[in-house]
Design a protein. Structure first.
Length: 447
């Protein structure tokens, strides 16, 4: 009975058209061109490297450049990955999108899959086919702050202002130059910097942006910093004077920024100032501020591209209490990387009206972790605050298997905990599922 119930719930949930509220899609090339674009996803390269594939075969001057040969390198390592959720995405995608008839991708049949995928991907309407099969009506992007946001349909590919460079790398002249170019304002003073950031928000909102977003390190603790504290530091930085900023971005990677001068915390304070200004602008422009909390960059120094970062359990959401208290009118969709932080996020979402649990990010994006974290959220957080899932994908083909993974878990948790556990009707369970996956996304992001 329970399995049949889950299947009925899943079938209905899987019929709905959705919006994906966080991806890394390139709107100018949203779909894959070859199977190498799919197996080049960092999940596969980092897992293959972890299983023993030499890094120099995956990337660098010795790695093959031809797409077919890049796939050939990775295929022998897939047999070590067939227990993983990521491998299940590949197999489901192959079966559903490319009509691949086999249960596994092996050294004997991978070229059959490569050719079948290539034939599909070369069809002129492949992008439309993938969106239709995946039941996606819109996809949120991750746009660099100087993206002109031109040449694509912003109602389908929805802009989102990514602000990591502004907060953590503004000491670099090239970052300030990019800001000047996109806004037409030279940030020669902190007042001009504030003006240029406001102009940037105007640009994004005018082009249909629905959120601002940032990825934050474990030790980041937002606080308000008055401009007067930073005027001298900024003036000397802009003037090219001998200011030792250390690694300005180390606020992203380490516990604190220290320099050899009399202003040991100025780069760190500058990061907080810019971040706080972004929150003020989110309030002014009524944009949600997506916070992706707890990633520690560059932990495995010898890893492949995007396979070096890990979560850090030393993070605590108490670090964000001052921010969330200061901006009650700003909605903060929050993503975390570990279940211990998920429980904390549930508690903060329970108490703070403006804090919302958002998706299942990165190392939390496997069925067993989703199941535990989702059950916790469904049982404790007001239902109108739950933002169910985003794919975090780089290519459209991943939407179908990733969302289906989540839908299966959602159906199982609803069947076990609500229909069987609490005596809900199937209609009640489905109404909750629709709110989590469809309605809340539309409400929170103003769609």
């Amino acid at each position: 009975m329970s399995r049949e119930l889950q299947q009925r719930l899943f079938a209905e949930i899987d019929s709905w058209t959705l919006v994906d509220p966080h991806t890394h899609i390139d709107p100018h090339q949203p779909a894959s061109r070859t199977l190498a674009d799919i197996l080049g996803y960092h999940y596969y390269t980092e897992l293959a490297h972890s299983a023993g594939c030499p890094k120099h075969l995956i990337e660098g001057p010795e790695a093959p450049q031809d797409p077919r040969q890049r796939v050939r390198v990775l295929v022998p390592w897939l047999r070590h990955l067939n227990n993983t959720a990521q491998y299940s995405w590949l197999v489901e995608m192959a079966r559903e999108l490319f009509d691949f008839p086999h249960e596994d991708v092996t050294e004997d049949n991978w070229e059959e899959l490569y050719d079948a995928a290539l034939a599909k991907m070369q069809q002129p309407d492949w992008e439309e086919q993938v969106l239709r099969r995946s039941k996606l009506q819109a996809v949120f992007l991750t746009n660099e702050f100087d993206d002109p946001l031109q040449g694509f349909d912003t109602s389908r590919y929805v802009p989102c202002l990514r602000t990591d460079d502004l907060v953590f790398r503004l000491h670099r002249p090239e970052v300030r130059e990019r800001l000047s170019k996109i806004t037409g304002i030279e940030p020669s003073t902190l007042a001009k910097l504030r003006e240029s950031l406001g102009r940037l928000f105007e640009h994004f909102v005018r082009r249909g942006a629905r959120a601002c977003a940032i990825s934050l390190p474990p030790h980041f603790a937002p606080q308000k910093v008055e401009p007067g504290e930073l005027e001298n530091f900024w003036e000397r930085l802009i003037g090219g004077k001998d200011v030792q900023v250390g690694n300005f971005a180390s606020a992203m990677f380490a516990h604190a920024v220290k320099t050899a001068r009399e202003e040991p915390e100025m780069p760190e304070r500058m990061a907080y100032y810019v971040f706080w200004t972004l929150a003020e602008l989110c309030q002014e422009f009524s944009l949600p501020f997506d916070l992706m909390i707890g990633v520690n960059r560059g932990v495995y120094r010898h890893g492949v591209f995007q396979g070096m970062d890990l979560f850090d359990s030393r993070v605590s959401l108490i670090q964000y209490a001052e921010l969330w208290n200061a901006f009650p009118k700003v909605v903060f969709p929050v993503s975390v990387l570990a279940s211990v932080t998920n429980q904390e996020l549930v508690a903060y979402s329970w108490i703070f009206p403006n804090v919302l649990p958002h998706g299942h990010w990165w190392y939390s994006n496997t069925p067993s972790v989703i199941s535990r974290d989702l059950a916790n959220r469904l049982e404790a957080v007001p239902r109108n605050k739950l933002l169910g899932y985003y794919s975090d994908m780089y290519k459209l083909e991943f939407a179908l298997p990733k969302f289906r993974m989540y839908k299966r878990v959602l159906a199982r948790v609803l069947a076990r905990n609500f229909v069987l556990g609490r005596g809900w009707s199937e209609e009640q369970a489905l109404a909750l599922a629709r709110q989590v996956l469809v309605d809340n996304v539309a409400q929170v992001f103003g769609l």
